[in-house]
Design a protein around this ligand. Structure first.
Ligand SMILES: [Zn+2]
Length: 276
């Protein structure tokens, strides 16, 4: 009896792939990173799909991000490490960031697949190492994974050597796990000193330190400025947090609350990597 031709071909292809991988692994000095593709901006969804996705999650429709600027308004790479809390722009855009990585809610991944809004993740190894894989589909949507230290210490009280260890080793770990070297660093609690800048510069690859202007609580946004409003270019801090940290509220509910407040002030989200 003849096996179908397609099956034989598939089997051959599988054997070849396996063999090649085995040879590559034997010859390469370090284990290959699991993903080599840098995240790229997601393709915009058709307007109807977009509107339906926002309706599904009970959020007013946010306009798509404007075209990225030809020249990034935050200059990097000339030796100094800039510390950035907001981006100079006159467009009604803000930038969403999620920190640490504690909550790993598959519904949040679904929400982001539906909404396709841009955001940036600042991840800490101690908090994500029980499930590095959770963040890969979020990265695959075009969202970058950035450096938030190995163990989330207050860097203020640490020596330069300790700070280098926390930041540079996390740089190596994230590059290995996610296939792309982080370019941005956020110090835990927003605390840093002159040694932090030296450490960030010494790791290689990091171009800026990112702080924030607003932080998302459970239902409300906490504003730094007394007018309690978003301003063009503000960076917003949120966290991967779930019911244990949010008094029973889910991460998707917290995110929906935040997006509603952004929409109510007439803002939309843009991609931080395009501006720094
Ligand atoms: Zn943190």
């Amino acid at each position: 009896m003849r096996a179908p031709r397609g099956k034989i071909f598939l089997l051959l292809a599988l054997l070849l792939t396996t063999a090649c991988s085995a040879v590559d692994a034997a010859h390469s000095p370090a284990p290959p990173a699991r993903s080599t593709a840098a995240p790229s901006a997601p393709k915009p969804a058709p307007a109807d799909d977009r509107a339906a996705a926002f309706r599904k999650w009970g959020i007013p429709l946010l306009p798509p991000p404007p075209a990225p600027p030809a020249v990034k308004p935050i200059r990097t790479g000339d030796g100094a490490i800039p510390v950035v809390s907001d981006i100079p722009t006159d467009q009604k855009i803000v930038f969403l960031t999620f920190d640490d990585g504690a909550e790993k809610d598959p519904k949040f991944v679904q929400m982001m697949r539906d909404l396709k809004i841009p955001f940036t993740m600042f991840l800490t190894d101690d908090i994500i190492k029980n499930d590095y894989g959770f963040f890969r589909p979020l990265q695959a949507l075009g969202n970058s994974i950035q450096n938030h230290t190995l163990s989330h210490p207050d860097l203020h009280g640490r020596s330069l050597a300790q700070q280098k260890h926390e930041i540079c080793f996390q740089q190596t770990k994230l590059t290995h796990e996610y296939g792309t070297a982080p370019g941005l660093f956020r110090p835990p609690y927003g605390n840093y000193n002159a040694d932090t800048r030296t450490a960030v510069k010494s790791c290689g690859g990091l171009r800026a330190m990112i702080l924030w202007r607003e932080s998302m609580q459970i239902k409300k946004v906490q504003f730094q400025r007394p007018d309690k409003k978003f301003h063009p270019g503000d960076i917003i801090l949120a966290h991967f947090r779930g019911p244990a940290q949010l008094k029973g509220e889910s991460m998707t509910a917290m995110t929906a609350n935040l997006l509603r407040q952004i929409a109510s002030q007439g803002f939309t989200l843009a991609r931080l990597d395009d501006y720094v």
